[in-house]
Ligand binder design. Structure first.
Ligand SMILES: Nc1ncnc2c1ncn2[C@@H]1O[C@H](COP(=O)(O)OP(=O)(O)O)[C@@H](O)[C@H]1O
Ligand SMILES: [Mg+2]
Length: 594
């Protein structure tokens, strides 16, 4: 057995054990029904013999009543059996889709940020939709093919052998001849469909990219450019699907020619036997019917491997996600209750070095910083210095490569994700909002809050003013990523979120960049309210925010190069002085423009 087959069997076993076996009663009933259907098909072929010999030739008066009743009875049984088999098998197939999609989403959403940064979101979507669909079709077809078609085939062959052993051997000889081209075609189809799946993935990702970047596309007037880009993918899929139909369409006429030859030969031989009186016309016709009926199951059995290979290629992509284990482990024995939230808990960042996965460059180098409870610490440095990276380490979006971070003396690795994520509240420069109501967005991630809390949060973050202007107020749906809100309004929603969460520690990442001065003032005011009584680590371009900080930490090239107050740093730190000058200049330029 080659590696590919072993792999297929391993995947099938896993699919069966995890998603099919648990529906065993439905599966057994459906297998039973498939056998009934197969038996009924063969029985119909067999009936040709008494119909011709007894009714047409011998003019038997009893059988003329009995046989039609038998035919109707068989049809009823076959109908009921096919109905039950079809709904049960569909149930198993759709359940498999639902179960896998559920598990995949759970697995994917738990993966580290670093994993999601690497994989394209369109590719992920295509795995959920196209791959899981192909997988389910594969499993469904494999079960039906293997059970129903092989039983039908065996029963029909049985009928043929029952009637005429010599002719049956002759007919059996034709099947392998017919199977050969089908297998060749199957192989080609498999290759084509693999490229088709990849093509669909590309199309999905480019589509989602284009639609989410619609504003940029319009701003750059690149509608035509984008249309051409998408056209390329669509044409690619068109070519592949058309090619696969072309290949597939050869199968039918080819089979018909081969079986035409076989049937011709059999009519000649069988017909001669009938003329010579060696066999009855009924027997011969029953044989011929069985042979004709055997064509369909043989065809599906021959293409089984192609279906299976397509499904298994999808299975591999699906299982890759299911098996993805987050690199960042959550402790099994969290020491959450060792931290008393009423106590003063300092944050200690010690000897932190960090590099992003898949990169060798050290982004942070041996950072040491203790942040005292209630303190307001500002991080200042050139763009790309590593400020955001440092901020992201506190709520454990990434784990440091060396060193540790402690809250009140407890390593964050010994705390549950839930605890840490609630301990820190992040208001960052890229605010992501959901296409839901304003209320949903403000309360996102908070479970315990009262109506008064919500109103208070909106008031303090200056959200109430613009919420009132919406016809539906709090229940206004704000569009994809908050497209109905202005930049400043989005930021205020993000601040309201932080108010509701009421975490002891605030992380602000350039929360006031890209705003006009009036919005900025409102936001400063809300941020001041937010920060009061809390510990905060702030990254700000606007040095005005920074001037009031208890301590200013200068980061350069991933290292802490200076710590102090504004009044001292402005004299002692070259970098701080430079940044201050830059800021002063841009501010003046801005004032000139407006
Ligand atoms: N997800 C990432 N993968 C790899 N490198 C990254 C990633 N995010 C940021 N970086 C790199 O890390 C460095 C520091 O970035 P960042 O912390 O965002 O800087 P700052 O916030 O100080 O402007 C930059 O050189 C940036 O290119
Ligand atoms: Mg940054």
């Amino acid at each position: 057995m080659n590696v590919k087959n072993k792999n297929t069997i391993r995947l099938l076993k896993r699919l069966f054990a995890n998603y099919v076996r648990k529906h065993h009663s439905k599966l057994i009933i459906s297998i039973f029904c498939m056998i009934v259907v197969a038996g009924a098909t063969a029985l119909n072929a067999w009936m040709m013999q008494p119909v011709l010999d007894e009714i047409f030739i011998n003019k038997n008066k009893t059988l003329i009543v009995f046989i039609p009743i038998a035919v109707i009875t068989i049809a009823i049984f076959k109908g009921i059996a096919s109905y039950i088999q079809s709904i049960f098998m569909s149930f198993i197939g759709y359940r498999l889709v639902a179960d896998i999609q559920n598990q995949m989403f759970r697995a994917a959403i738990r993966c580290d940020l670093s994993f999601h940064n690497e994989i394209n979101s369109g590719t992920m979507v295509s795995r959920f939709i196209a791959d899981v669909g192909a997988l389910s079709r594969g499993v469904h077809n494999v079960i039906i093919n293997i059970i129903k078609d092989s039983f039908t085939f065996v029963f029909l062959i049985g009928v043929m052998f029952y009637h005429d052993i010599k002719l049956a051997f002759l007919a059996l000889f034709v099947f392998p001849v017919a199977i050969y081209p089908i297998r060749r075609i199957g192989k080609r189809l498999r290759k084509i469909s693999k490229s088709t799946q990849v093509g669909f993935g590309m199309l999905t990702s480019k589509l989602s990219e284009s639609f989410s970047a619609i504003k940029t596309i319009k701003a750059f007037g690149s509608e035509n450019f984008e249309s051409k880009r998408i056209d390329k993918e669509i044409i690619n899929i068109f070519n592949l699907t058309y090619k696969s139909t072309k290949v597939n369409s050869i199968a039918r006429p080819l089979m018909e020619i081969i079986s035409g030859c076989a049937i011709g030969a059999i009519i000649f031989i069988g017909g001669s036997q009938v003329i010579q009186g060696q066999t009855t016309p009924g027997t011969f016709f029953s044989f011929l019917t069985a042979l004709l009926m055997a064509y369909q199951p043989v065809k599906s059995l021959a293409s089984l491997n192609a279906t299976l290979q397509i499904a298994m290629a999808s299975a591999e992509r699906v299982f890759e996600i299911l098996d993805k284990k987050p690199l960042m482990k959550e402790t099994k024995h969290p020491k959450d209750n060792m931290i008393d939230l009423k106590e003063k808990n300092n944050i200690n960042i010690s000897k932190i070095s960090f590099k992003y996965p898949n990169s060798t460059k050290l982004i942070l180098k041996n950072i040491n910083l203790e942040i005292y409870n209630g303190e307001r610490v500002a991080l200042v440095g050139y763009s790309g210095a590593g400020k955001t990276t440092l901020l992201n380490l506190l709520p454990r979006f990434f784990d440091p490569y060396k060193g540790k971070i402690e809250i009140g003396g407890i390593d964050v690795k010994n705390l549950s994700f839930n605890f840490i994520r609630n301990y820190f509240s992040l208001v960052s420069q890229d605010i992501v909002l959901f296409d839901e109501t304003i209320k949903y967005n403000i309360c996102y991630g908070s479970s315990k809050y009262s109506k008064a809390d919500l109103q208070n949060a909106c008031k303090k973050s200056h959200c109430t003013e613009f919420i009132k202007k919406f016809p539906k107020g709090f229940n206004e749906i704000i569009g994809e990523n908050g497209s109905k809100l202005s930049g400043g309004q989005k930021q205020r929603v993000a601040i309201a979120r932080a108010f509701i969460r009421n975490s002891p520690f605030l992380l602000l990442d350039e929360a006031t960049s890209s705003l006009d001065s009036r919005s900025e003032k409102k936001i400063h005011d809300s941020l001041d309210k937010l920060i009061s009584n809390k510990t905060a680590l702030i990254i700000a371009h606007r040095l005005s925010t920074v001037i009031d900080a208890d301590r200013i930490v200068i980061i350069n090239n991933g290292e802490v190069v200076d710590i102090g107050k504004h009044s001292t740093l402005i004299k002692t730190s070259k970098i701080y002085k430079h940044l201050h000058e830059l800021q002063f200049k841009t501010k003046n330029e801005k004032n000139l423009k407006t």
